[in-house]
Write a protein that binds this ligand. Structure first.
Ligand SMILES: NC(=O)c1ccc[n+]([C@@H]2O[C@H](COP(=O)([O-])OP(=O)(O)OC[C@H]3O[C@@H](n4cnc5c(N)ncnc54)[C@H](OP(=O)(O)O)[C@@H]3O)[C@@H](O)[C@H]2O)c1
Length: 251
């Protein structure tokens, strides 16, 4: 695997969960990491774990001006960006058609889909100029399969994120830019606290853990420039969807 020493990475949603796992793993491989999210104390705690190669740049990824400000800061400070992890995302408790509100749908679609679009639009000029760049979009299994758990706005936005990711490869491959749609199943992170049905500690312990997804992100970022992983799933072996299907009464 290629070492990331000298590489610049930008991770959104870096203050917790998968983003934190990614930031730490990329830094361990030698990258300088820019951390973005809205809660500054969370970002600073991750930066403290990483040390001098972490830079906190807070921002709301659903606000174009924030996204462009961080991208401009990266361009001025480093003059390049090698790795962009579009990871910020969110869900809501009121997620079924029975109880969803327009404001909830707006928030979920903006956090999962608009944020990724704004981020990619902001980083592409730097990557095109370099003729090199890795983009990793944290989508979801809910971006490939429609199930009951994630809610309509989340699954719709994550399907959009997967489609967006593939379209980047279709158009930007000639510029040395490669994009991976990363599709996690259940990962034990804060986002589970938004589930309408609380998730037990026992179930969380069986799920994929954030550092394991971080390791996968580091692996993708370390691949040689001529190799693209277009799409990858990472799920718990104890996949609750499969387990429930096995336990359901046979028709
Ligand atoms: N955990 C799972 O089971 C699972 C499965 C599939 C996909 N995913 C996806 O994985 C990604 C990371 O989620 P996670 O599981 O690690 O949960 P998490 O710990 O809740 O992380 C989500 C991160 O996104 C940030 N974020 C949310 N909205 C933002 C905004 N508008 N601007 C900037 N940052 C924002 C949050 O920070 P602030 O609140 O401080 O901004 C938070 O750090 C998400 O895209 C999620 O949809 C998770």
């Amino acid at each position: 695997m290629q070492n990331l020493k000298g590489k610049i990475a930008w991770v959104t949603g870096a203050g917790s969960g998968i983003g934190e796992g990614a930031a730490v793993a990329l830094a361990e491989a030698g990258a300088t990491v820019v951390l973005t999210g809205r809660r500054v104390p969370k970002l600073e705690a991750v930066a403290a774990r990483i040390g001098q190669h972490a830079h906190v740049q807070p921002g709301d990824m659903t606000v174009v001006a924030d996204v462009n400000r961080v991208a401009a800061w990266i361009r001025e400070k480093f003059g390049r960006l090698d790795i962009f992890v579009a990871n910020a995302g969110a869900n809501i408790p009121k997620r079924s058609w029975a109880d969803m509100e327009p404001s909830g749908a707006d928030m979920v679609i903006a956090a999962n889909l608009n944020s990724a679009f704004y981020g990619v639009l902001a980083v592409l000029p730097m990557m095109r100029a370099q003729k090199d760049g890795v983009i990793i979009v944290t989508a979801s299994m809910a971006g490939r399969f429609i199930g009951g758990l994630s809610g309509a706005a989340y699954t719709a936005s994550k399907h959009g994120a997967v489609a967006m990711s593939h379209s980047i490869n279709m158009q930007e491959c000639v510029n040395g830019i490669r994009c991976t749609a990363l599709l996690p199943g259940e990962v034990a992170t804060e986002i589970l606290d938004k589930r309408p049905v609380p998730v037990s500690a026992e179930d969380r312990a069986k799920m994929v853990q954030s550092p394991e997804v971080g390791d996968l992100i580091r692996y993708i970022a370390c691949l040689p420039p001529h190799v693209t992983i277009n799409e990858v799933m990472i799920t718990p072996t104890w996949n609750r969807g499969y387990v429930n299907a096995l336990r359901a009464p046979k028709l």
